[in-house]
Design a binder for this molecule. Structure first.
Ligand code: FAD
Ligand code: NAI
Length: 512
């Protein structure tokens, strides 16, 4: 009897917590779908222009008290993209819309209105304090280029793909930075597979079409190679068995090993996992030229001599890191203090662009001695939000202090003067607290990368040491960490559904 009673209570507790969960989710969805009314900030406040809607800018927007400034956001991309899961979109494990969050939703939930213009910043005129913007989208109105004046400017435009001027790269390869890149890769994989299966295709041409080459052994290249091999093993091979013998993934890297930012133990683990997965790794191989059907690469032999090789390919994915965007290069050329910067805008410890007073830079376009990662960009954005909130508060308190001092000098009696004096003291104390904002300090949480066949590698900062791990448990950690980091509850739900869909029904092998 006691056992049955316990069971009944357990069921009741289960129903109650399920009901609580559903209630909470409904509340979250209700809040998300019904934003409060917004007010327009005082036009006399400063105009803060933010360029970009990536990790740095969105993290700033998330924490910024928008009632303190007239905020204007300019970006050609009207959504935030959760880049860590972008490699999964190339094979359809995750649908791209699941990792996109509309910027309009983000801005509509701020207390005060924020203006958004879907445009590229084509030039920042430092002297005149204006940004030239251009609507590069397909549909254009009568006005498609204009100027936006600023009092304060945050540059968060990220970086573009590095090609090092290698001939043929831009014309023939796919990059992996934006949603459009992932969609193009997904299409091309299936195009190569179907073309290889075309009637009377020669064996040599089949092998070329089914050779998937990834250049760059950084985390982007490694994660993509792992995802692609998974797609082949778990789905392609099943539905199109005739490609089994010829499908092959090769990762080309100029340095002696892949994933240089990870510990030696994890580099070895990644390389041995790739071997097991039948992904070829060609290290010490520098690509020099790309044509529509093959790449030319220089291989350094163990004795130091060089050998030129030709690798035919069907799909080529180029993932060799970052380069500076033209708008950033142009700004650098206007500021004498930036003349020695090569990789981006050099900034001081408060992220102010060196040589300027009213321009800050965050993320991949700023050079602050940290790796160009989402982790750094989002911490920089959050730091700037705190800084700007504090600057605005300081300004308001200073105005209040000036007004109180004025009142004090005109106070009718000592009691009133004393009361004002006490108020001034309290405000000065608040001011000291508000002003206490130290320089930006990056806190490294660790590095994570998916390496295929449900394994991941992780170098986690733990207390004051480092904890390295690789394998299936790390993969589960990778999954839960990235799910947790997704921008919104909506993104989390969609990503979970995509993972379940891929597991239940397999990935979709149709070409859009
Ligand atoms: P971005 O996020 O690139 O945003 C730049 C923004 O500026 C975009 O909105 C863009 O549209 C806009 N923009 C571009 N040009 C202009 C212009 N002229 N005018 C106005 N706006 C403009 N980092 C990690 O820490 N962990 C990871 O797991 C990880 N995975 C990644 C996976 C992939 C496939 C890639 C490509 C990168 C990954 N990164 C990861 C790196 C991370 O995405 C970047 O470091 C991060 O996006 C940098 O943030 P950002 O704000 O500087 O730039
Ligand atoms: P990367 O700069 O990390 O790696 C590029 C690699 O390409 C280098 O190892 C370089 O030696 C190689 N390379 C350059 N030119 C070459 C050539 N001609 N031939 C052959 N190899 C060549 O670039 P990646 O992977 O695009 O990453 C960019 C940034 O984003 C990095 O800071 C990275 O840490 C971050 N990122 C982090 C991820 C994670 O933490 N999981 C995932 C993806 C990116």
């Amino acid at each position: 009897r006691r056992g049955r009673g316990f069971l009944r209570w357990s069921w009741r507790a289960f129903y109650l917590s399920a009901l609580g969960g559903v209630g909470y989710m409904s509340y979250v969805i209700y809040i998300l779908r019904t934003p409060d009314d917004q007010f327009n900030p005082d036009p006399s406040k400063k105009t803060l222009v933010i360029l970009g809607t990536g990790w740095g800018s969105v993290s700033l927007l998330k924490k910024l008290d928008t009632e303190n400034y007239n905020v204007v956001v300019i970006s050609p991309r009207n959504f935030f993209l959760f880049t860590p899961l972008l490699p999964s979109c190339t094979t359809g494990t995750i649908e791209h819309r699941s990792i996109m969050e509309p910027i309009r939703n983000i801005l509509r939930h701020k207390k005060a209105t924020v203006k958004y213009y879907e445009a590229d910043a084509t030039k920042i005129d430092y002297e005149r304090k204006v940004v030239h913007i251009n609507d590069e989208s397909e549909i254009k109105g009568d006005t498609s280029s204009t100027e936006v004046p600023f009092d304060m400017l945050v540059v968060g435009v990220g970086a573009e793909n590095a090609t090092f001027g290698i001939p043929g790269v831009r014309e023939h390869s796919c990059f992996l930075k934006e949603v459009g890149d992932a969609q193009q890769i997904r299409k091309r994989i299936m195009d190569c597979v179907e073309t290889a299966s075309f009637k009377d295709q020669s064996p040599e041409e089949r092998r070329r079409l089914l050779h998937m080459v990834v250049v760059g052994g950084g985390p982007t290249g490694v994660e993509f190679a792992g995802e692609l091999q998974d797609f082949f093993e778990q789905d392609l091979k099943k539905w199109i068995p005739e490609i089994t013998d010829d499908f092959h993934v090769t990762l080309v890297e100029a340095l002696p090993n892949v994933l240089p930012m990870f510990s030696k133990q994890l580099i070895d683990y990644t390389e041995s996992t790739f071997k097991e997965e039948s992904i070829s790794i060609r290290t010490k191989t520098m690509v020099k030229k790309v044509t529509d059907k093959f790449i030319e690469a220089e291989f350094t032999k163990p004795d130091g001599t060089k050998q030129l090789e030709t690798l035919p390919y069907g799909l080529l994915v180029w993932a060799t890191g970052n380069a500076v965007r033209p708008v950033v290069k142009d700004l650098m050329s206007q500021i004498p203090a930036q003349k020695d910067s090569r990789r981006g805008l050099s900034v001081n410890e408060y992220l102010v662009v060196n040589g300027t007073e009213n321009i800050w830079a965050v993320g991949d376009c700023a050079i602050a001695n940290y790796a160009p990662t989402a982790q750094v960009a989002s911490q920089e954005g959050a730091f700037l939000a705190r800084l700007f909130n504090s600057l605005a508060k300081t300004e308001t308190i200073n105005l209040e202090l000036a007004s109180l001092s004025n009142q004090q000098s005109k106070a009718p009696n000592p009691a009133a003067r004393n009361e004002i004096f006490e108020n001034i003291k309290a405000l000065q104390k608040t001011l000291r607290r508000v002003k206490q904002i130290g320089p930006f300090e990056y806190s490294h949480q660790g590095s994570l990368a998916y390496i295929g066949s449900e394994r991941a590698v992780a170098d986690i900062s733990w207390l004051s040491g480092n904890f390295a791990s690789g394998g299936t448990l790390t993969y589960l950690f990778w999954k839960s960490a990235y799910l947790n980091m997704c921008f919104s509850t909506r993104n989390r739900v969609l990503v979970c559904i995509d993972w379940m869909k891929a597991r239940l029904f397999g990935r979709d092998v149709s070409r859009e």
